[in-house]
Design a protein around this ligand. Structure first.
Ligand SMILES: [Zn+2]
Length: 322
């Protein structure tokens, strides 16, 4: 284990590969007086499982030594291998309402995926693109272990990870009930996908989701500036120190994207998908198509709730600037 993987006091990182444009996810090992815990688990591919086992071996930890696994949110690169950790003896923890959502997203009958297909069709996504989105998402099910039983934890709850106190903080936006862990004693934020360096996390509208995911996200980002964070351990990219500075950059990025959305929506009313293709001219996979339309909708809904955009209830639904 190289020393640069010792990323914060008593915290090690293992980098796991992803079969996506985003090439890696970080999982974090927290060392306490009474054993090891892990935050997030990676997507369940043979390559990621081998990397996890090798990374643990380098640290001198057996899979069975992991007492607790906290999962920040339901996405497959975070939740995927949780069942493998539980089967080896770890107790799984996740923010309670995120567990309920995970049941819908990863349901064997793909019901949320099908409802998303319908929503995106109404917002103008061409049928073949929408079909590809649905198939690619459903195929992801195979990379997510059955995750139950998983123990629900609450916003504000202080977890005892091997004798270390980390507080669960609800950070909606990237998913409705995404949560991070903050160790107040050391100023360490294990940030999941909430505060990322270089890239910004996808924020999107989905069926039965919270009504204003971008508003949620921006609020939850500002909240990070009040905590006294001195070290950020993100799920993607390198750890960094200046949490408030990065929050300001991400907030500024979304202000620009809101302006660009208004510009793209000006003139004749058009579908969210048409607006999306102006904002995202290059989309290289069904996953990227989904993230792009969901993100465009999050910006449009944010503008609508603040009186700046309007959607007409037709087939397809069209948007205009107020
Ligand atoms: Zn994610």
């Amino acid at each position: 284990m190289t020393s640069e993987q010792h990323v914060a006091p008593g915290v090690r990182r293992i980098l796991l590969p992803l079969p996506l444009a985003l090439r890696n996810v970080n999982v974090y090992l927290v060392e306490g007086d009474r054993g090891w815990s892990i935050v997030d688990s990676g997507m369940h591919t043979p390559e990621a499982e081998a990397a996890l086992r090798a990374g643990l071996r380098d640290l001198g930890i057996a899979l069975a030594d992991l007492r607790t696994a906290f999962i920040t949110h339901l996405h497959p690169d975070h939740l995927g291998m949780a069942g493998t950790l539980r089967d080896a003896g770890a107790e799984l923890l996740m923010h309670g309402p995120e567990i309920a959502r995970a049941r819908e997203v990863w349901a064997a009958d793909h019901r949320l995926i099908d409802r998303t297909y319908e929503l995106f069709e109404r917002h103008g996504m061409p049928r073949d693109v929408d079909e590809g989105m649905r198939a690619a998402w459903a195929a992801m099910n195979e990379r997510v272990d059955p995750f139950e039983p998983i123990h629900p934890v609450a916003n504000g709850e202080v977890l005892d990870l091997g004798g270390r106190a980390l507080t669960v903080i609800w950070t909606p936006g990237h998913t409705d009930h995404h949560a991070v862990l903050f160790e107040e004693a050391r100023g360490t934020l294990i940030a999941g996908d909430h505060v990322l360096p270089r890239i910004t996390s996808n924020v999107g509208v989905y069926p039965d989701g919270r009504p204003d995911p971008l508003g949620d996200f921006l609020g939850a980002l500002e909240n990070m500036k009040t905590l006294g964070v001195t070290r950020v351990l993100p799920a993607h990219g390198e750890p960094f120190d200046d949490c408030a500075g990065r929050v300001d950059e991400i907030v500024a990025h979304h202000a620009q994207r809101l302006d660009a959305t208004l510009e793209a929506a000006a003139g004749t009313p058009r579908t969210a998908y048409a607006i999306c293709r102006v904002l995202f001219p290059m989309l290289r996979s069904p996953h990227e198509e989904r993230f792009a339309l969901a993100e465009t909708l999050a910006h449009l809904v944010y503008l609508e709730r603040r009186g700046k955009a309007h959607q007409s209830d037709g087939r397809p639904i069209t948007w205009s600037v107020v």
